[in-house]
Design a protein around this ligand. Sequence first.
Ligand SMILES: C[S@@+](CC[C@H](N)C(=O)[O-])C[C@H]1O[C@@H](n2cnc3c(N)ncnc32)[C@H](O)[C@@H]1O
Length: 395
Amino acid sequence: MESITELKDQDNTILRSFIDYELYALKKYYTPRLCKWESLSKYQQNIIPWFPEHLRAIKHGIKCNRKFFMQVVAVTVEGHLDPILKAKPPTEKEMDKVVAMIAQVAREWSADCAKERNLLLSRVRARLDKCYPRETTDRSEIIIKNPGCGTGRVAAEMALDGFDSIGIENSFQMIAVSKFILNDLIPKEHLPIYPFVHGFSHWKSRKAQVEEVRIPDIGNLKDIGMEHLMSIDYGSFVSDMGADRNIQISQEYSLFPHDVFTRLNHKHSAHVIITNFFIDTGVNILNYLQTIYYNLKPGGQWINFGPLLYHFENDDGKETVADFDWDKKEVIKMQKDVPLQGLELAADDIVSICVDKLGFELIEFESDILSGYGSPKGASGLPGYKCHYWVMERK
Ligand SMILES: C[S@@+](CC[C@H](N)C(=O)[O-])C[C@H]1O[C@@H](n2cnc3c(N)ncnc32)[C@H](O)[C@@H]1O
């Protein structure tokens, strides 16, 4: 995996959010409950005498999570803490992302979530074994891209299976955690985390809320010989690898010469693209579809798994977009205040766009596959996500 050479200001803020995690989590999850307990009458306190002990367990979980984040920071900055401590304080939204990060780590790196991960991996492996059998294929020649790779588990699995595996991730939080897990020699199940201490609803037994999860479920990842087959690009899929035509200029797609040339290198560069809980993350899903098509070699395959829970559906943000005339080499139509929300396509729409307009052939399609997302074992009433799975071949 590549090393992170230069930290930008916003990256330092993100690392600061790791450092600030404990204070934030105690204030948001622990302190209000302690106040609630203290406000109860003696009579009611005696009905639930175990409550303070449970809160102590929540506090302990938060402290352990902090230890995990501090190790990530230590490995990322290699002793240079100063810029982080001087960085702009993280926003509440950024802090909530750190909190969510702990569940993400459990999802990708704990044995508890193996079943959840296998919903995708078992299907992917069945397909890849068919197309690229180990016995007859030099798998290190087969390039698999995994945009929105999170902390890199699926990309690591592909490298472990012998493929040339490239993750693409635009969140520095994810990048820093993946660098820690993939590049450090952490023994199997060495680190305790407490992914569920931030959620207080749906529990059958309160013990499950404070259950410890151990990561990583594969030990000493750096040592097991897949490093040369794996890399993670820190950047945005569309901005860095997007199609060379027919994508509007926007926050995620510039026509600066460096970006234009970078994207050219990615044309027809992948045999397989795997998207896992990814295609609903963008403000314009058509940009993703065109970029997937652009990156695949003719005959290459796109394997998708995940729900369509559009991240920008309720976002009231706006952006400026512009069209570009490639013949005249000028911007021809600039539009301000275009909503980020608004292009939430159904699975059937995506399939027919891909087949009828972009040049894919549908090979496999399944719907209504129920999946959790870093889901705790002991929680009841959590429906999970209804996922779609499909494989399309680029003609
Ligand atoms: C819902 S998470 C899924 C992560 C991982 N694939 C998994 O299944 O656990 C979506 C991921 O996509 C990343 N992401 C969103 N937009 C992206 C973009 N334009 N380029 C690269 N990564 C992106 C997010 O930072 C996040 O890590």
